[in-house]
Ligand binder design. Structure first.
Ligand code: ZN
Length: 101
């Protein structure tokens, strides 16, 4: 008998059916010409604020609820100021600051 409790976390990547991107109002539709649906915010230009897509948050929470997941009451976003190959816009979501509110 083990004295350890196995705890696992999953990082799940999904594409939500939104009409616009997560951090700006640019279209998320496929089929446009290259660099057509872009703006300074989604290009990660310095100083551009992220405007969170409310519908994406609603869909994400819904996905969590239907999978009987615990939904954090607090979600924060940190803007990273360095280039990372799979994070070119410089935004990273984290629930590191989770608190029981
Ligand atoms: Zn954009």
């Amino acid at each position: 008998m083990s004295n350890y409790e196995v705890v696992m976390g999953l990082e799940v990547h999904v594409e939500l059916a939104t009409k616009s991107k997560l951090f700006c109002s640019c279209s998320a539709a496929f089929g446009a010409d290259p660099n057509e649906n872009i703006c300074p915010a989604c290009m990660g230009m310095p100083g551009m604020p992220a405007i969170l897509n409310k519908h994406a948050v609603e869909l994400g929470i819904t996905a969590g609820l239907v999978t009987n997941s615990e939904i954090s009451p607090v979600i924060t976003f940190d803007k990273k100021n360095y280039f990372y190959p799979d994070l070119p816009t410089g935004y990273q979501i984290t629930q590191f600051f989770f608190t029981n509110m």
